[in-house]
Design a binder for this molecule. Sequence first.
Ligand code: HEC
Length: 254
Amino acid sequence: MGCRTILLVGALSFSFLASAQKPRPSLRGAACETLKVPLPALNPGRDFDRNAFSRDGLLYLLATWIPDVTNAVGPSDPEMTVPCAPLPPTVQIALINSLLPDGSFDYNRFRNALGAPYLEARSRQHRAYSPPATLAEFKAATGFEQWPVEVVTRSRIKDFTRAVYHSPAGAPYTVSIAVTHDSQSGDLTTAVRETEFLLRREDGSKNWDFYVYDATGKLATQSHFGRNLMPAPSICMNCHYDSADRAFVPLMRR
Ligand code: HEC
């Protein structure tokens, strides 16, 4: 524990040095009051899609702890003021370390630094259904194996068979599930490599949250793509973004 504290302080003082030439975030120990975070510009033009993606991604991630964050930011605001109190210390530090000396914000650095605290926080915020820690409990609670199944014989992105389930109308929550099997020919009796799902947010936005159970059935912060293990949900957001709706959504279900 003592060791961890030292590391966190180290990270903070580093960012102090790095941002010496601009107004410093107000910090006392590991706590801050507010942080000014620059937002990617939304002027129409070559970079619009990329900027909209990282702007929406930042708001999507922060909404986990600051539920009304999206309403607090106008469509062309160049920056936002983030209150620190709702953010756990690790997230405050991720935010501070992503504020670069040149005044820009490194969205990728921020989203990749979130990890486990993010997983916990956004699971807790689902009032209608909070994803359990294990696949066994998830199966018992949803009974999804009885729902109609759509088979993707050999998924392009997983390179294996995927069984896809959508929650029926009238279910207390809206969920899309993809079970990756150890088969490349559509055999659903083979072992499960991974179970991924998207759970619709209940905040009136069009956003969904991403989750992964690994091969042992535990809630995980990484997912397999080909031979690579990638951080979730940040990797999920790359593909599951609807630029028309400006939201993070399933691909097979609208
Ligand atoms: C490289 C692009 C890509 C990434 C990254 C990605 N997906 Fe997908 N996802 C797809 C595609 C394409 C499909 C359609 C089925 C297929 O071809 O496998 C899909 C389908 C799904 C489905 C089935 C329901 C639906 O319509 O979306 C779920 C659930 C899902 N993905 C979850 C995730 C999760 C969780 C992550 C992150 C761990 C993730 N995906 C990352 C491309 C991606």
